[in-house]
Structures are given as structure tokens and as C-alpha cells.
Ligand binder design. Structure first.
Ligand code: PEP
Ligand code: MN
Length: 337
């Protein structure tokens, strides 16, 4: 930590700060400037009380961390981008990936029809929620294990990889048995025990950004996955809460260059939860491809008007196929395959 002292403080005030730094187990290193004195406090914050509270002292102007708080997800120590192995695919490499499928798994016919259609259109991963985090307890909560079994069946039938959400630590083993990627949803992205349990299954993790999560908090949530021994992490931007009501969420595409700068982990964009409106999905997908996203996560349903969840934002099979055709030249123009 760097502790900046206010100008014109007394020697006794300076000494008091030095004494406190030593008392908390850090070694102070003093740098005297023309107007201000700066103290570098050397020590490991994980095993000592934080120095942050020094900011409440009248003689202290600011207290700043020297290093980024996230280390393992950071690009600093890992300058090349990571690629995440999912079945025979690598996400984050040259090939651009599209993950598509219904918001919720509803039935075998619905899922298999969607899976066949998205595969034919060029998707490589099938999405579908079996455990659904619904705002109201009276809404469809997902088919649970039956839904997982249907996802596994669709994987066998199409060769698509599967991504599905894990809602509870108690289901970590069960979900990992059936899926190729574990999705941690926006409502749970700072549920640290869930992140650890998911990471420990060894499956790649798709970590959604929380509804009101700052990018640093998101990176730190990702740090829980890597520090639990799982280096296969993808960040997924799905829009954040703002004052805007025109869209369900505000899809923050600035996260693409920011995550690329800050982290080596791939970035996936979910324009479906982002917009909450099917008519906006295409434009947002195009923007995401052009901005350098590694993959898209898109909700697709054979009959969106009758979907059991998120009907307004799901694309029909036809609209999805058309979107994939329109994305192809953009994917090539962005230097991807
Ligand atoms: C979903 O993907 O259907 C979903 C519930 O996502 P989020 O957690 O981003 O709301
Ligand atoms: Mn959804």
C-alpha cells in the first residue's frame, strides 16, 4: 500500500502513522517529496489487517494499493490471451464461437429442435437453463435434473457442447456431470462459495457480470475461480442496471476492450439478457463482433411467443439463421474464423 501524507503536518503526526504501519505488521519505506511525504508500506495484506482505515486519520491524504487487486486473471502476468478447451473447441482463439439455445429447457422437442437448428446455422455450444434464477418464486423454476438430462441428450444428438447455469453449491457435482461449461448467472456472480464450488468441479466457467457489478468486482469474482485452481474462465457481459428503461439492461460493450486490456480470459457477450428485446439482438451482436468479443451467447426458441421464460428476447430459429449469415463477413473482417 502507498500512504500519502497531507502537506504541512507535524513530525509527531508523521511518526504516529509510521508507528501504526509497524504495529499492523508492515515495513514503512519513506519517500520525501517537495510538498508531500509518501510512505510505501511493505507486507502481505492477505495475512495482515488492511491499512485502508488510515484514510480516516486527519494527517493522511490517500491510501492506494500498489498492485492490482486481481492477480491471476490479470493480463500483467499472462500477456497472451487464454484459450478455453470445450470438447474439441477452443474458446478465445482464432475461431469465433456462438453459444445459442433457449433461455430455459422446456421439453425434449423444444430443445432438440433448437439444438439441430442452431448447429445447422453454425453454433458450437448449446445453451439452456435447467435451474432457473427467476425473480418471482411463482415463475417457472426450470426442469432441474430432467433438464440436464435433456441437454446431455441434445449434446449426443448434435455434437454441440453444452452450457447451463449452476444455482446452488449443492448441485455443483450434478450439473458438472451433464455440462461442458458451467454458467454462473448475474444474480450469483458474487456468491463466492458458489464460485469456488463451481471452479472445483474443473469445468470451464462462464461468469456473467452482476446486475450492478463494477468491472473490478467482476474481475475479482473471476479471481475466485482461478485462485481455486481452475484457469478455464470466461467473462460474460449481459448488461447492467442503469436508469434506462427502454431496454431491460444496458449492455456495456466497453467491457470488451476493457476485459481484453485487464485480463487474459475470453470475453463473451450476451445481447439477449442485455437488451431484453429480440429486435435489438442483431445490432448488438454485430457491435460485439466488431469490438473483438470472443463469443456470443444468444437465446433462441422455436416459438418465442410461447417461451416459458424470457419470450420477448429470444430469436426464432429463422431469425437466428439469418443473424448467423449476416455475422459471417463481420467475423472474418474482425480477423476471426
Ligand atoms: C440466462 O442466461 O438465461 C440468465 C438467467 O442470465 P443472467 O444471469 O445474465 O440474467
Ligand atoms: Mn434468459
Amino acid at each position: 500500500m502507498i500512504v500519502v501524507l497531507r502537506p504541512k503536518i507535524s513530525k509527531a503526526q508523521e511518526n504516529a502513522v509510521l508507528k501504526e504501519i509497524r504495529k499492523l505488521g508492515y515495513r514503512p519505506h519513506i519517500i520525501r517529496g517537495v510538498t508531500r511525504t509518501v510512505i510505501g508500506a511493505i507486507g502481505d495484506e492477505r495475512t495482515h489487517q488492511s491499512l485502508e482505515t488510515l484514510i480516516t486519520w486527519p494527517q493522511v491524504e490517500s491510501v492506494m494499493p500498489v498492485q492490482k487487486r486481481y492477480k491471476l486473471v490479470s493480463r500483467e502476468g499472462h500477456p497472451d490471451g487464454s484459450t478455453i478447451p470445450v470438447l474439441q473447441h477452443l474458446i478465445g482463439g482464432k475461431k469465433f464461437h456462438v453459444m445459442a439455445g433457449p433461455c430455459s429447457v422446456e421439453s425434449e422437442t423444444q430443445l432438440l429442435r433448437t439444438a439441430e437448428a442452431v448447429r445447422a446455422a453454425g453454433a458450437t455450444v448449446l445453451r439452456g437453463g435447467a435451474f432457473k434464477p427467476r425473480t418471482s418464486p411463482y415463475e417457472f423454476q426450470g426442469l432441474g435434473e430432467k433438464g440436464l438430462k435433456l441437454l446431455a441428450k441434445a449434446r449426443r444428438a448434435t455434437g454441440l457442447a453444452v452450457v447451463t447455469e449452476l444455482l446452488s453449491e449443492t448441485h455443483a457435482g450434478l450439473v458438472a456431470e451433464y455440462t461442458d461449461i458451467i454458467q454462473i448467472g448475474a444474480r450469483n456472480s458474487q456468491n463466492f462459495q458458489l464460485l469456488i464450488a463451481a471452479a472445483r468441479t474443473g469445468k470451464p466457467i462462464l461468469l456473467k457480470r452482476g446486475l450492478s457489478m463494477k468491472i473490478e468486482e467482476w474481475l475479482l469474482a473471476g479471481e475466485y475461480v482461478l485462485s481455486s485452481g481452475n484457469c478455464n474462465l470466461m467473462f460474460c457481459e449481459r448488461g447492467i442496471r442503469t436508469f434506462e428503461t427502454y431496454t431491460r439492461n444496458t449492455l456495456d460493450l466497453s467491457t470488451i476492450p476493457i476485459i481484453k486490456q485487464e485480463s487474459h480470459c475470453p470475453i463473451v457477450i450476451d445481447p439477449s439478457q442485455g437488451a431484453g428485446r429480440a429486435d435489438l439482438v442483431k445490432a448488438m451482436c454485430k457491435g460485439a463482433v466488431a469490438m473483438g468479443a470472443d463469443a456470443l451467447l444468444i437465446e433462441v426458441h422455436p416459438n418465442p411467443a410461447e417461451a416459458w421464460s424470457d419470450g420477448t428476447q429470444q430469436l426464432s430459429l429463422e431469425l437466428f439463421a439469418q443473424l448467423m449469415r449476416e455475422l459471417r463477413p463481420l467475423i472474418l473482417a474482425a480477423g476471426r474464423e
